[in-house]
Design a protein around this ligand. Structure first.
Ligand SMILES: C=C(O[C@@H]1C=C(C(=O)O)C=C[C@H]1O)C(=O)O
Length: 359
C-alpha cells in the first residue's frame, strides 16, 4: 500500500479536534491515574504517557519501562479512553500491541533512523492500531515521508503525523523551531494524512503553548498532543513545558477553530478581488525581477571583458544594508528580507557565472 491510499477516517470519528494528552513520562501508577481522572474527556480524547524515554544526555530519567504499560491499560479500562505511548524499537512495538495500546507514536529521534523505522514497521505489520510519526529532529521532509512509506508498505492503514518542531543551533524563543512550512508542504502533498501539532515540544515552555496551539488551528491542523501533569513543576522530565489538565482545558475552550472555506458572497467576492490584486502585483514583481537580472547579465558581460571577479562583497554588503533598511521601513520583516535578498543575489551571481563560462 502507498501513502496516497491512506484514509483519514480514523480521525473523523472525533467531533472536536483530536487531543492526545497526559504526562511526558509515566512516573507511578498513582501519578498516571490521577492525571487521567482530571482530564475532561469531552475535550481530551486520548491519554498519553511516555514509558521509554529517549533522552539527550545519560543520567536523565529514561522512563519506567514496560511496567508502565500496566498503568496505561488500567487507564483504558477504568476511564474507557484510548491510550498512547512512544515506541522506539521492535520490542517496544510488540509489547505495546500485547497491551492493546491504541495509538503508537514514533519519536523524532527514531524517525531520523530508517533502520529503526523499518524494524518498527515490520513489528507492526498489518496492525489496525493508529501509528503516528513525529517529524525527524532535523528539518528533512523526505525522511519524514520515508517513515510513512515504510509503515504503509507494511499494510499499516491508520497513519498520522505529529509536528514537534526541529532542532536548531540558532537561539529562538522556542525549544524546537517549528518551521511551519515543512509541515504545510507535507499537508499539501498528502492532505489525506492527519496532521497533529505538539506545542509542548515546539515551545519547551508552558506560557507559549496557547499561541502555538492557536497557530496550528489557524493552519487547519487536525489535532494536538500536549503534555499534562498534576504537578508540572515536579515532573521527572520536561517539567517546564507541562501544564495541568485544567490549564489545557482552558486553552482548548479559548481556542478558535478555522474552517476550510466560507461560501458566503461577502467572503468570496472580497477574496476574489484581493486575489486579483495579488496576481497583478506578482506580475509586476516578476517583471521587475526579470529586468534586474538583465542588468546583472550586462554587468557579467562587462566583468568578463575586463577580467573582474563576479562576487563583489563590498557592493553586496552596501546594497544589502540599504535594502534591509528600506524594506524594514516599508514593514517587511528582517527574516523575509534576508531570505529574499540572498535569493536574488544568488540568481544574479549564477547568471553572471553562466556568461563568464560562455565561450
Ligand atoms: C551585479 C553585481 O554582481 C554581484 C551581484 C550583485 C547584485 O546582484 O546586486 C552584487 C554584487 C556582486 O556580488 C555587481 O557587481 O554589481
Amino acid at each position: 500500500m502507498n501513502i496516497q491510499d491512506i484514509k483519514q477516517d480514523w480521525i473523523s470519528q472525533f467531533e472536536k479536534p483530536l487531543v492526545i494528552t497526559g504526562p511526558c513520562s509515566a512516573e507511578s501508577e498513582k501519578q498516571v491515574m490521577d492525571i487521567a481522572e482530571r482530564l475532561d474527556k469531552e475535550y481530551m480524547q486520548v491519554f498519553r504517557a511516555g514509558i521509554w524515554k529517549p533522552r539527550t544526555k545519560p543520567g536523565s530519567f529514561e522512563g519506567v519501562g514496560a511496567i508502565g504499560l500496566n498503568w496505561l491499560k488500567k487507564v483504558k479500562d477504568e476511564y474507557k479512553i484510548p491510550i498512547a505511548t512512544e515506541i522506539a524499537n521492535a520490542s517496544h512495538a510488540k509489547l505495546a500491541l500485547e497491551f492493546d495500546v491504541d495509538y503508537l507514536w514514533i519519536g523524532a529521534r527514531s524517525t531520523v533512523n530508517p533502520f529503526t523505522v523499518q524494524e518498527i514497521a515490520e513489528a507492526l505489520r498489518d496492525t489496525d492500531k493508529i501509528v503516528l510519526v513525529k517529524n525527524p529532529v532535523n528539518p528533512d521532509l523526505d525522511l519524514w515521508i520515508g517513515a510513512l512509506e515504510r509503515l504503509a508498505a507494511q499494510g499499516i492503514k491508520k497513519l498520522g503525523v505529529i509536528h514537534r518542531g526541529f532542532s536548531s543551533h540558532n537561539k529562538s524563543k522556542y525549544r524546537n523551531n517549528p518551521q511551519w512550512q515543512i509541515a504545510l508542504e507535507l499537508k499539501d502533498r498528502f492532505p489525506n494524512i492527519p496532521l497533529i501539532c505538539d506545542p509542548s515540544h515546539i515551545t519547551g515552555r508552558r506560557d507559549l503553548i496557547q499561541e502555538v496551539a492557536q497557530q496550528a488551528f489557524n493552519l487547519e491542523y487536525n489535532g494536538l498532543m500536549v503534555e499534562t501533569h498534576c504537578n508540572p513543576d515536579e515532573a521527572w522530565s520536561d517539567a517546564k513545558q507541562q501544564i495541568t489538565p485544567e490549564e489545557l482545558k482552558k486553552i482548548l475552550v479559548d481556542i478558535t477553530l478555522r474552517k476550510k472555506n466560507d461560501t458566503s458572497n461577502d467572503f468570496s467576492s472580497k477574496l476574489n478581488r484581493y486575489r486579483g490584486e495579488i496576481d497583478e502585483l506578482d506580475n509586476q514583481l516578476l517583471g521587475l525581477l526579470a529586468s534586474r537580472m538583465e542588468v546583472a547579465k550586462k554587468i557579467g558581460q562587462l566583468k568578463k571583458e575586463h577580467n573582474v571577479a563576479i562576487f563583489q562583497p563590498d557592493r553586496w554588503n552596501v546594497l544589502k544594508k540599504l535594502a534591509m533598511r528600506n524594506g524594514e521601513r516599508m514593514g517587511l520583516s528582517k527574516e523575509f528580507l534576508e531570505y529574499l535578498l540572498v535569493a536574488i543575489h544568488k540568481e544574479s551571481v549564477d547568471l553572471q557565472n553562466q556568461i563568464m563560462e560562455d565561450k
